[in-house]
Design a protein. Structure first.
Length: 278
């Protein structure tokens, strides 16, 4: 049986999340405390047991002057004992009906690995989102990063929008505040002599001597990431930004309406979908 989650289903939906995304206990708590809503959650029950779930998170997407409502598919998962039964395909097909009924034009998602693009293609998705990985060596230099503050969101959003050339998610103030709660002291900015924000970065772990960031944007993003790498004792830094050359396809979209299909057909080059709980 497929339907919307009930208020009392939260623990069972969290059980699915933990089983499908091991090692993310901290983020699991963050998501279910700050983002999760039962009415944005579609579940499948087998003999009374909640066996699979998927989040249908509302987002807005922009292409040029057009802004449309869309569904961001997140945390699609099935308990191990119920896999290979086609439950997720059924959930996603139902999600298209639910999303279209609430007025969404597109269904979009970020894949965990490129090999999953073929699976989603069978459900009508097409790869339209990509991101490029940049790298810089650590350099002490003179750059002095500081933590991103709540009031920095407008400046960060302006840098984000300036970097876009294709279909991308709109980030409202509430979205930036969730990002800041999620990243905390791993959200950084660089400012000029007048105090204006010239770059921002959302950093992750330090692994094998390299500082990684989910995203870094702005005219001085290289200087910011080099300074952060030096501060963290890393040899280099890597980060993602809208694609310029060496694309890594990381997301896809499916039209839910004729207007959504027209929007996808208008695309030239790659869109950008990132920093959406991926």
């Amino acid at each position: 049986m497929i339907g919307a989650a009930r208020p009392e289903d939260k623990a069972a939906v969290m059980e699915v999340y933990r089983a499908c995304f091991p090692g993310e206990e901290g983020f699991c708590r963050f998501f279910f405390d700050n983002v999760y809503r039962p009415d944005n959650t579609l579940v499948c029950r087998v003999e009374g047991k909640l066996a699979a779930s998927v989040q249908l998170l509302p987002v807005r997407l922009r292409l040029g002057g057009a802004v449309v409502p869309a569904t961001y598919i997140y945390a699609a998962g099935t308990l191990p004992q119920f896999r290979s039964r086609g439950l997720m395909s059924r959930l996603l097909r139902r999600s298209f009906e639910v999303s279209a009924a609430r007025g969404d034009e597109l269904s979009v998602l970020i894949v965990q690995q490129p090999s999953l693009l073929a699976y989603y293609a069978r459900l009508g998705y097409r790869a339209v989102f990509a991101r490029e990985c940049f790298r810089v060596s650590a350099d002490g230099g003179t750059a002095q990063p500081r933590y991103m503050r709540p009031e920095d969101w407008r400046a960060a959003d302006a840098l984000y929008e300036d970097a876009q050339t294709g279909l991308h998610a709109v980030r409202a103030e509430k979205d930036w505040q969730i990002i800041l709660r999620q990243y905390g002291e791993d959200a950084w900015v660089l400012t000029d002599d007048a105090g204006a924000v010239t770059a921002f970065a959302l950093t992750e772990e330090l692994k094998d001597g390299v500082l990684h960031a989910t995203e870094a944007l702005g005219g001085q993003s290289r200087e910011l990431m080099a300074a952060l790498a030096a501060r963290k004792g890393a040899q280099a830094a890597e980060w993602f930004a809208p694609v310029c050359a060496a694309a890594e396809e990381n997301g896809c979209a499916r039209a839910l309406t004729q207007n959504g299909e027209r929007l996808l057909q208008q695309m030239r080059g790659c869109g950008y979908l990132n920093v959406l709980f991926n």
